[in-house]
Design a protein around this ligand. Structure first.
Ligand code: ADP
Ligand code: MG
Length: 322
């Protein structure tokens, strides 16, 4: 009873953290990591909700692998705190490990073990009951049926990556941490692994690192961007994806003068910015090319040039990390 009163009391004093607690799979608070004299992570904070597929984007050396090793209890942070499914990585590493599947960068595998033998060995480490059935189930889930009796060393890189995913999934963790899962694969293998991640991601929280923007666009619901150990963008508000999906930007050069008022009156145009002379940049929530042409005909204006401006995640990334 006394405990209950304390919990209720604390919940009211700190309502946000208590009531969002159950939905959070990963909570990183002001984490720093110092290697010798180098700061690989500098007071980084973010949270990932249950069920999200989050891209962890950044150039080489940004600190992505370091952060993932801390979340999976392979490396202690220098300061700050990390919770996975409510368990602190420093205080309850065993509870965290039960709930996390980790595919490290470069996927270290025992090349002289057979696929089935290796997965059986990993299932044993997790003390999984009904080991044989679980191994068969996971082999099917990641599409390794044909390769299951082969030596890991005899597999293509794409299939080795499936073995890596299978070992990360075998104990049915709530959270999957995938460190550059498609690096080094050919385009077909990349496509297959991305599809597999999307499939397993339907029932899990996934955090995957990558330095490829298109990967985030292809797989993730949300993106967190790091650069030189600092968090430079966290799209928890949906701002980045909104600008990516909804904003239609058009560069137009008219043959004669138009006013901002005239342009913003065009159906769909949200803003009109005069670049120089009769050059304009129009922002819209939809494809306005047709509307702009109709407007020009109606106003007896000529359109000398019209160009759609792609605002990709790459542009966003560039503007954030330079
Ligand atoms: P990313 O995965 O984004 O490429 P890392 O987390 O691997 O980045 O590395 C971040 C920075 O920390 C890099 O500058 C790297 O050289 C440094 N670093 C990583 N691991 C170690 C280590 N064990 N000892 C010293 N420096 C390290
Ligand atoms: Mg890395």
């Amino acid at each position: 009873m006394r405990l209950l009163i304390r919990v209720i009391h604390e919940a009211f004093n700190e309502p946000k953290s208590y009531f969002t607690f159950a939905r959070m799979s990963i909570e990183v608070k002001e984490v720093s990591k110092i290697y010798g004299s180098q700061k690989a992570l500098d007071t980084v904070s973010f949270s990932i909700q249950k069920g999200e597929i989050v891209g962890f984007l950044g150039p080489n050396g940004a600190g992505k692998s370091t952060m993932m090793k801390i979340i999976t209890c392979f490396l202690p942070q220098s300061s700050g705190s990390v919770k996975v499914c409510g368990f602190d990585v420093s205080e309850d590493p065993m509870e965290v490990k039960k709930r996390v599947g980790y595919l490290p960068e470069h996927n270290p595998l025992y090349l002289d073990m057979y696929v089935k033998e290796y997965l059986g060995f990993i299932a044993g480490l997790h003390k999984i009951e009904g080991k044989k059935e679980r191994v068969a189930e996971i082999i099917e889930q990641v599409g390794l049926q044909v390769e299951q009796h082969k030596l890991i060393g005899a597999l293509s890189k794409g299939y080795r990556q499936r073995v890596g995913l299978a070992q990360a999934l075998i104990h049915d963790p709530e959270v999957l941490i995938l460190d550059e899962p498609t690096t080094g694969l050919d385009p077909n293998q990349i496509e297959e692994i991305r599809n597999l991640i999307k499939k397993v991601g339907k029932s899990k929280t996934v955090m995957m690192s990558t330095h490829i923007m298109q990967e985030v666009e292809a797989v993730c619901d949300r993106v967190i961007i790091v650069n030189k150990g600092n968090l430079v963008a966290d799209d928890s508000s949906g701002e980045i994806s909104k600008s990516k999906n909804n904003e239609f930007v058009l560069k137009v050069e008219f043959g004669s003068a138009v006013t901002e008022q005239q342009l913003t009156a065009i159906q769909g145009v949200v803003k009109a910015h005069n670049v120089s002379g009769n050059n304009w940049v129009l922002g819209a929530s939809e494809d306005i090319r047709d509307a702009v042409f109709k407007f020009s005909v109606k106003q007896d204006l000529s359109v000398l040039e019209i160009q759609k401006v792609e605002q990709s995640l790459e542009d966003v990334f560039k503007s954030l990390t330079v």
